[in-house]
Each structure stands twice: as C-alpha cells, then as structure tokens.
Design a protein around this ligand. Structure first.
Ligand SMILES: Nc1ncnc2c1ncn2[C@@H]1O[C@H](COP(=O)(O)OP(=O)(O)OP(=O)(O)O)[C@@H](O)[C@H]1O
Length: 234
C-alpha cells in the first residue's frame, strides 16, 4: 500500500528525517514509535503532503506520490488524523464530520457513513448538534477519527491518538484503531505509548533522531533489550 524509500526532509536548517525507508502492507496496522522529536509527526506530515520531501520517494499502491500535495493525497484515500485532535471547535459534531467528506466525488453513501460513525461512536451521536469545542478530550479524539473516516480512506495516518487521554479512554482508543484495521483499512500509527502500539500492530519501526534504527514484529520489539530500556521502562 505504502512504500517510503530514503525519505529526507526538514524545516529550514533542522534535519527531521535523514533518509528513512518503511513499508505498510494493505490491511496492515504498522506502528512508528520513538521519543519526542524523533521525527514521527514529520513522517506523517510528509506522507500526507503537508511537509515537502527533500529527497527520497513515497509510493502509494505503486504510484509515485512524493510531490502530490495534501488535497491530492486525501483524494487518493490517505486521511491524516493529526496530533492534538484539531477539531473545529466552533462547528458542531456533524459539521466536523461533514468537513471530512468535503473532497468526496459524490454524496452517494454519505448518510450511511454518518450513521456508521454514529453507531461506532454513540457519544458523538448523542452530541451531534453540540459544538466540538465543548466535548471532552476523548470525545474530540473520537470526532477526529470519525472525521478522518468520512473521507472513506484506504490508509489512515494516526498521530498520537492517546495523547492527553485518561487511561480507560486510551484503552478504548486503541481498541477502536484495531477495529478500523480489522474492518480492512490500512493504518500507520505514530505513538509515544510504545507498549500499547507494539502490542496492537502487525509490524513496527523504531525511529531515533530521524533514522529508522530497528524494525520487526511488535512482539520482537517488546522483547528487545534496547527498546525495553529506552521506551518501555524496564
Ligand atoms: N514546524 C517546525 N519547525 C521547525 N522544526 C520543527 C518543526 N516541527 C518539528 N520540528 C523539528 O523536527 C524534528 C522532528 O520533530 P517531530 O515533531 O516530527 O518529532 P516527533 O517524533 O513527532 O515528536 P513529538 O512526539 O514531540 O511530536 C524535531 O527536531 C523538531 O524540533
């Protein structure tokens, strides 16, 4: 589904990604873990076209999309669920969901998609006319996920979906992300909550200072002494 090769990018003088390569197979849930500032968010921003690549390539189902830009990537079925949720606070829940659908070619199936999201997230259904800014953190995260799903993506990029949420909500959030993969959507998940991400994923990459330093099945990374000492606190 997604093939990244030798990707380099940065901000001005700051080198954020120093030549990373990774791949995400169709229907897989792949996790990208690493410390603050390792380049995880930049990886997702570059895939979704928000940050330009300086070198290297991004291929989506075999096509070169390295310089496609954000609108095209969304049209191609790549949805980005950004860090910090970024819902539109002065718009209602249903208006936020509508924003996720604005690039769809037609309205066919739109009503059914709203209903599917309201069935998956009953709290959003109850609050569909409420301003998004008045929702709790967990509800806003659910709304950000629902909004991403409204574009009917083939690939969803999740950036730190557990950030700032209460532990019981975090568990629910990971279950939701697992169910999105189980429903057939490919997922690339960025997380600082390394243990939960490694437990959930099919495959994982460890990013340190803009380089991939390790990759493997989640269970293999959980067992690795460096990962345990640096990221799992044991
Ligand atoms: N808008 C920006 N302008 C300048 N430098 C940036 C910008 N965004 C990120 N950086 C720098 O790029 C590098 C990678 O940052 P990035 O946000 O991708 O890391 P991260 O792994 O997602 O960390 P975090 O979990 O803290 O978001 C860091 O050195 C960071 O300071």
């Amino acid at each position: 589904m997604l093939e990244i090769s030798d990707l380099v990018c940065g901000y001005g003088q700051v080198a954020a990604l120093r030549g990373i390569s990774l791949s995400v197979g169709e229907g897989q849930l792949v996790a990208l873990v690493g410390a603050n500032g390792a380049g995880k968010s930049t990886t997702l921003r570059t895939i979704s076209g928000l940050v330009p690549a300086r070198a290297g390539s991004i291929r989506l189902q075999g096509d070169d999309v390295t310089r496609a830009g954000p609108q095209k990537m969304l049209k191609l079925g790549v949805a980005h669920c950004p860090e910090g949720r970024r819902v539109f606070p002065h718009m209602s829940v249903s208006e936020n969901l509508a924003m996720g659908a604005y690039l769809r070619a037609s309205d066919a199936g739109l009503k059914a998609d709203y209903e599917r999201i309201y069935t998956s997230f009953p709290r959003l259904a109850e609050r569909r006319h409420q301003m998004a800014g008045t929702l709790s953190g967990g509800e806003q995260q659910m709304l950000a996920i629902g909004r991403a799903l409204m574009s009917r993506p083939r690939l969803v990029l999740f950036d730190e979906p557990s950030l700032g949420l209460a532990p019981n909500i975090v568990e629910q959030m990971f279950a939701i992300i697992g169910s999105i993969r189980d429903a057939g959507t490919t997922v690339l998940l960025v997380e600082q909550n390394a243990f939960a991400a490694l437990e959930l994923c099919d495959y994982a990459y460890l990013l340190e200072a803009g380089r991939i330093v390790m990759s493997g099945k989640g269970a293999d990374l959980i067992d690795d002494p460096h990962v345990r000492a640096a990221y799992l606190g044991s």
